[in-house]
Ligand binder design. Structure first.
Ligand SMILES: [Zn+2]
Length: 245
C-alpha cells in the first residue's frame, strides 16, 4: 500500500557562525542523497532515500555547506503579479497597471500590462493572460517551422514547467512553458525551433542541430541567454516566500 510521503522538516547547518536552513525531504524512490534549489519556497532542499539516516544526510549537507550558502545568496525573491510591478514580455519590461474601472480584462500597451477588475483576481488574470498570449505568439511560429520541415504539430499545450522550456512527443504533441513569453523573441523562436526539430530527430545528434540551424540563424546566443536568465523567469507571479499554505 502506498504510504503518504513524510512532511519535509527544516534542518539548520552552521557554517562559519552563519546558520543555513535546508528542508529535509524523504523520497521512497530516491537512490542517493541530493540537494536542489527550490525557487518557489526560497530554500535548498536536501532529498534523502528512506533508508538513509538523518545524520548521514546532515553530514552530506554539511560537506556541501559552501555550495548551499552560494545558492541561497543567489536566490532572488519572488515577484508577485501585482499593481506597479514590472514584468518582462518578449524581453521588454512592462509595468502592471491596475485599472479598476475599465472593463477590458488584461491588455498590453507599449510599457504597461493593464488589468481591470477586482484586485484580488489580478494575479490570476495576469497568469491567464500570459498563458493565452504565449499560445497566440508561439502557435503560429510552431506551425510555420513544422511546415518548413514538412511535419505537423498535432497538439500544443502550455504549462508552468520548472525543469524544461519545451518538450515534444513522437506523435507531434508539443508542450511549452508559458514563461517563454517573457523571454526575448529570439529565445522564444529558438526554443520552438528546437522542439519542432524533434519532430524529425528525437535526439540531439548532428542531424538534429543541422535541422535547428535550418530554422533559426543563431542558437548559441539564445542558449546562453536561457542559461544566464532563464531561472529568473520563474520568479514572476509567485507568492512571497513563506506565504504558501
Ligand atoms: Zn531537445
Amino acid at each position: 500500500m502506498a504510504r503518504a510521503p513524510a512532511s519535509p522538516q527544516t534542518l539548520t547547518l552552521t557554517v562559519n557562525g552563519q546558520d543555513l536552513q535546508v528542508l529535509l525531504s524523504e523520497h521512497a524512490r530516491a537512490r542517493r542523497i541530493s540537494l536542489r534549489v527550490d525557487q518557489i519556497q526560497g530554500c535548498v532542499v536536501l532529498v534523502k532515500p528512506r533508508r538513509t539516516s538523518k545524520a548521514t544526510a546532515l553530514a552530506f549537507a554539511q560537506e556541501k555547506a559552501s555550495w548551499i550558502s552560494d545558492r541561497l545568496s543567489e536566490l532572488l525573491p519572488p515577484v508577485p503579479f501585482s499593481d506597479g510591478i514590472a514584468v518582462p514580455i518578449l524581453g521588454s519590461m512592462h509595468t502592471i497597471c491596475w485599472q479598476p474601472d475599465a472593463r477590458r480584462g488584461v491588455w498590453r500597451e507599449p510599457d504597461t500590462l493593464n488589468v481591470s477588475g477586482s484586485v484580488d483576481h489580478m494575479s490570476c488574470r495576469v497568469h491567464d493572460w500570459f498563458k493565452q498570449e504565449a499560445r497566440k505568439i508561439i502557435s503560429p511560429v510552431a506551425h510555420a517551422y513544422a511546415e518548413k520541415l514538412d511535419k505537423a504539430v498535432t497538439a500544443l499545450s502550455f504549462r508552468d514547467t520548472r525543469s524544461r522550456w519545451g518538450s515534444c512527443t513522437i506523435d507531434g504533441k508539443l508542450s511549452f512553458s508559458w514563461r517563454l513569453l517573457m523571454a526575448p523573441a529570439s529565445v522564444l523562436n529558438y526554443v520552438v525551433a528546437h522542439e519542432v526539430s524533434h519532430l524529425c530527430e528525437l535526439n540531439h545528434s548532428a542531424r538534429f542541430w543541422n535541422t535547428v540551424d535550418s530554422l533559426v540563424e543563431d542558437r548559441h546566443t539564445p542558449t546562453a541567454w536561457l542559461k544566464e536568465h532563464g531561472s529568473q523567469l520563474h520568479r514572476y507571479g509567485l507568492a512571497p516566500w513563506g506565504s504558501q499554505a
